[in-house]
Design a protein around this ligand. Sequence first.
Ligand code: THU
Length: 159
Amino acid sequence: MEKQFITHFESIESYNHLNEIEKTLFDKALKIREIAYAPYSDFTVGCAILLENGEIITGSNQENAAYPSGLCAERTTIFYTGANFPGVKIKKLFVIGAPRKATSSTPIPPCGACRQSILEYEAKQEETIEIYFASVAGEIFKTKSIRDLLPFSFDSSFL
Ligand code: THU
């Protein structure tokens, strides 16, 4: 018997369609992206996380001459958040990535390892995290949960 997963996401046409807090997250992700450390790929990524207390944590990708030792923006940011605010829930995660000089592109979704890491925090806090991924030009895709980006996810319930 064939079965299907249905994934839901919202396509937000442009920056102007975001509400105030979403605009702030977009601005902060775009800004922190400017100082991403990505000398090897020249693909720069910025991430902004909104906490339930209103605080916003930002981060960027951090590369390494030993390539696999580098880390994506989403994990840099969510691990910092987990380390420093372990009891504070994450409401939203906003990510913008593109080649450094790109002016327009399609929204770049989080990589598989980042999805798995985000899932861990969503499961830990027993509350979904809204994920936004945007192009530098301002088109944005939004999901209500990381599970929309990670069907057949592996979590601690299997251990
Ligand atoms: N990268 C991210 O920061 N997030 C992703 O979800 C995809 C990829 C980074 C890793 C590396 O520094 C560069 O983008 C090219 O892969």
